[in-house]
Write a protein that binds this ligand. Structure first.
Ligand code: PFF
Length: 454
């Protein structure tokens, strides 16, 4: 339709720049830190299967929907929605998708940065050889020591926020995006090495069994909700992050192909992380459901015993920091561009405000691991509550609204034009998934989790 409509923030140099940026957003702590620990907490195989199904039938179609909205609207999620709701003749209230997304990104980054801080701390710890020959007990103690120290947590959280806001202030296309092109494949190779090492340990088949033999008696309504929420979280969906990257997408890039590539790479990284971690868990008699500390309590055991382990461990956590970094910038990008577009701020000023607010809220997460660890609401600490609210409620809700908007309100011609699929059938499959399957699935999983059905 409007070929001249371009984002004021620039445009990707081409399809690969977009694929790398979006993969940079998708692959992060969600794959390597969160996927293994929630899989461990929710009993393994059945959870993994539900997660994979959610990626295929909800994640990929919603990713396509977000990219097409972004490219058509060419603005921040809020402004994109504002433009497109006119095109769709929809009510102004639909802007809420943009608002909620911006809020979700801000809330997620506040705790994401604290966890990325753990990874930063581990870069140093690995480099200093602290884990050489360490027993599982010692590794556990060292991690508990980090959590017990608000000062250390705050230091690393502050450093990570600073790193993030520096990149965002300079504009997303520069610097980090170029680095991600090399670092992401490097992370992938390192994960392969870890899986190779894990294979040489006794418990590999037990880990494969745990991850891939579904036992549905272990899954609860909440477990299904967590699997679905994680499909959104890991693909950066439901909050406009991918939408905003889509706003910089050149016209003739295939949305379908790029979405499949991004989701495929993301899923592969998560599964490799699982295959690297669970053999260590089982070989050392550790608890798969150990919670958010899982990778920090397991991987150092392997690094402490393998040849060249300190170097590999150092590199691994460094690459994990980069993966988290490229995700973090996409979490705050919607808020920053919104401040620039609507509050007339310079990019730097917008970064200072958004960064400060996020950093402040992050202190709540820092304290939830020590001083506030006993303060609970609905049985959850501050960190648990934020994580649950954003990943399992806000992101799926955002996805639900996006699905309804794209498949029920936006004229079919618009989505047909943006997707430009060669096969009529493929378009119908996508449209059917977004129109019926996604909304129904999200609603059923919500109702099931709160115990209304099932
Ligand atoms: N996808 C990122 C991860 O898996 O670590 C987290 C994330 C980034 C979620 C950006 C949402 C988002 F908009």
């Amino acid at each position: 339709m409007d070929d001249t409509r371009q984002s004021v923030h620039g445009q990707w140099s081409g399809r690969w720049a977009f694929v790398f940026a979006a993969t940079g957003s998708a692959v992060g702590l969600g794959n390597i830190w969160k996927f293994p620990y929630i899989t461990g907490e929710n009993g393994g195989g059945a959870f993994v299967l539900i997660y994979l199904a959610c990626i295929a039938v909800i994640g990929i179609p919603i990713m396509m929907a977000e990219i097409l909205l972004g490219r058509r609207g060419r603005g921040t999620p809020i402004n994109t929605m504002r433009r497109l709701l006119r095109e769709a003749g929809a009510h102004k209230a639909w802007q809420v998708v943009g608002w909620m997304g911006m809020l979700a990104g801000f809330l997620i980054l506040s705790y994401y940065s604290v966890i990325a801080g753990w990874a930063l701390a581990y870069v140093l710890r690995m480099g200093s050889g602290e884990f050489v020959d360490a027993t599982p007990e010692r590794v556990g103690e060292l991690f508990a020591g980090l959590l017990a120290s608000p000062g250390q947590l705050l230091f690393w959280h502050s450093l990570f926020m600073l790193m993030t806001m520096l990149v965002v202030a300079r504009g997303v296309e520069q610097g980090l995006e170029k680095a991600v092109r090399f670092l992401m494949p490097a992370l992938f190779v390192l994960l392969l090495i870890m899986v190779g090492y894990a294979m040489s340990m006794g418990a590999f088949s037990q880990a494969v069994d745990f991850l891939f033999s579904p036992d549905f008696s272990k899954i609860t309504g909440t477990g299904v909700l967590i699997a679905m929420g994680h499909a959104f979280f890991t693909l950066s969906l439901g909050m406009g992050a991918i939408m905003i990257y889509g706003a910089y997408l050149p016209r003739h890039t295939s949305i379908t192909q790029t979405s499949i590539m991004i989701a495929g790479a993301d899923t592969l990284v998560a599964l490799l992380a699982g295959l690297a971690i669970f053999p260590i868990v089982f070989a050392n008699g550790l608890e798969p459901g150990a919670g958010p500390g899982l990778i920090f309590e397991t991987l150092p055991i392997a690094f402490g015993h393998m040849p060249g382990g300190s170097l590999f461990g150092f590199l691994f956590f460094l690459l994990l920091v980069f993966a988290a970094w490229s995700s973090a910038i996409s979490l705050i990008e919607p808020a920053v561009t919104w401040l620039v577009e609507n509050r007339n701020m310079s990019r730097v000023r917008a970064c200072v405000w958004a960064g400060l607010a996020t950093w402040l809220l992050g202190i709540g997460t820092v304290l939830s691991f020590n001083y506030w660890s006993e303060i609970k609401l609905f049985g959850k600490t501050f960190f648990d509550l934020l994580d649950f609210l954003t990943a399992n409620i806000m992101l799926p809700l955002g996805g639900l609204l996006i699905a309804i908007f794209v498949a029920w309100l936006l004229p079919r011609l618009s989505s047909q034009e943006e997707l430009a699929m060669r096969s009529e059938l493929a378009y119908h499959v996508w449209h059917g998934l977004v129109r019926y399957v996604t909304p129904l699935a999200v609603i059923i999983v919500f109702l099931n989790a709160i115990g209304v059905i099932g």
